[in-house]
Design a protein around this ligand. Structure first.
Ligand code: GAL
Length: 410
């Protein structure tokens, strides 16, 4: 009996010795958004046998729910060891200004990352006081998705401008097909930014975020006018659909097109098992050819966490070419690290990587690159106002007022 007890004790102690510590990684990559993160966690645990990763997820595309939970935890003094956040203004305008994040300059120096990522990305993650996150990917926002065989069947091609889209819209509807699949509120903001880029062009689109172009300027008002016409070509049940369900409409042939970030490519390739170019096709969203609207998922180092050393190792993996090449082929994104091995990526991602190199680059509103989180989340209300009233002026005035309140561009 005693011997059995001692054996049990020894086994328990051994277990403790193997899993001495934990790190909690917080994100919204749950369910069918999860495979890329899970692969990265598997690699981390293989590299660090003593550390268990607690994969804490809050479901909800683009982090609409996760950000609220994160806020409660951060303000309550219970930060996760690291959390998913969009590189750029989303993190800087909230937790960096609130002095809740550690400057990662020392880690960038140790890892040689100042020379490993594009300068524009480094600039977007930095302030005069430091650099605040480690990027794991580059996603593209302005992509139009379709099924090539279906377009052929319907006798249409991917439109290269919004006016061309609006011209073919009635013919698609006449086939009993929804021209453009749409989902819940944030996916509408996502569509809006592609319409804005298509209508304004890169230069004026950029000026919205520096406030050089007012939301009430006639050019910006036109964005809402076009957006309203585009909405007339979408499904009535948009408000109740996730981005995956909107994507499913295209895959299932009940909708012709969808505008979504290239996590849709990850979903269609990794989750649905479709072959890029055959099971699904892509083009720059109308009027945006030659422009790459970027966003980046990143991780930072909050102050006051439980396992700083284990988390630094997490960040070392996240920011490495090795970690990024495990994560991104599954995720539908490309690696910011210059030493990424493109041969590991599928045909869609190879084309995204070529565009990232050659295109003009602008940042995403809906995914935290260009505007503070406060503006971004209030823009959901602007969208509600527009949907309820159909008034371009009303939406523009609201956007302008919010820009002033939150100090957009400052
Ligand atoms: C974006 C995020 C992507 C993907 C998407 C859908 O904001 O950057 O990685 O998760 O939301 O949830």
């Amino acid at each position: 009996m005693l011997r059995r007890l001692l054996t049990l004790l020894a086994v328990a102690l051994l277990g403790l010795a193997v899993a001495q510590s934990q790190i909690e990684i917080f994100s919204w990559w749950a369910g069918d958004e999860g495979p890329a993160l899970e692969a990265l966690i598997t690699q981390y645990e293989a590299d660090h046998p003593g550390v268990e990763v607690v994969n804490a997820t809050v479901t909800g595309g683009s982090g609409v729910n996760a950000r609220a939970v994160l806020k409660t935890r951060m303000l309550g003094g219970d930060p996760p060891d690291s959390f998913q956040v969009h590189a750029g203004q989303e993190l800087i305008g909230t937790w960096v200004v609130a002095d809740r994040m550690e400057d990662l300059t020392f880690l960038y120096e140790e890892m040689g990352w100042f020379d490993a990522y594009p300068q524009g990305l480094i600039d977007a993650m930095s302030t005069d006081e430091g650099i605040w996150s480690v990027p794991v990917n580059i996603h593209r926002s302005n992509v139009m998705w379709f099924v090539p065989a279906k377009l052929e069947e319907w006798g249409i091609t991917a439109p290269t401008s919004w006016s061309e889209f609006l011209t073919i819209c009635p013919a698609i509807q006449a086939n009993g097909v929804t021209p453009l699949a749409l989902g819940e509120n944030w996916t509408q903001v996502h569509l809006w930014e592609s319409v804005a880029l298509g209508v304004l062009g890169a230069e004026d689109y950029d000026k919205l975020w520096t406030t050089e172009l007012a939301f009430t300027d006639p050019k910006a008002l036109e964005v809402w006018d076009v957006f309203g016409q585009v909405l007339d070509c979408t499904n009535d049940d948009a408000a109740g659909l996730s981005w995956q369900q909107a994507t499913d409409m295209v895959v299932g042939g009940t909708a012709a097109f969808n505008i979504m970030g290239d996590w849709a490519a990850g979903y269609m390739s990794t989750t649905l098992g479709l072959e890029p170019g055959v099971g699904y096709g892509w083009a720059a969203s109308p009027g945006t050819n030659g422009v790459f609207m970027w966003l980046s998922d990143a991780f930072g180092l909050p102050m006051g966490i439980n396992n700083r050393e284990g988390t630094l190792d997490w960040l070392r993996l996240v920011g490495s070419a090795k970690g990024q090449d495990i994560f991104n082929p599954l995720k539908g994104s490309i690696a910011p690290h210059f030493e990424s091995d493109l041969s590991l990526y599928n045909a869609y991602l190879k084309s995204a990587a070529a565009d990232w190199q050659s295109n003009e680059v602008v940042g995403s509103l809906a995914h935290g690159a260009v505007a503070k989180e406060a503006f971004m989340s209030d823009f959901a209300t602007v969208m509600e106002i527009y949907l309820a009233t159909g008034s371009a002026e009303g939406a523009a005035n609201a956007a302008q007022a919010i820009a002033g309140q939150v100090g957009l561009g400052q």
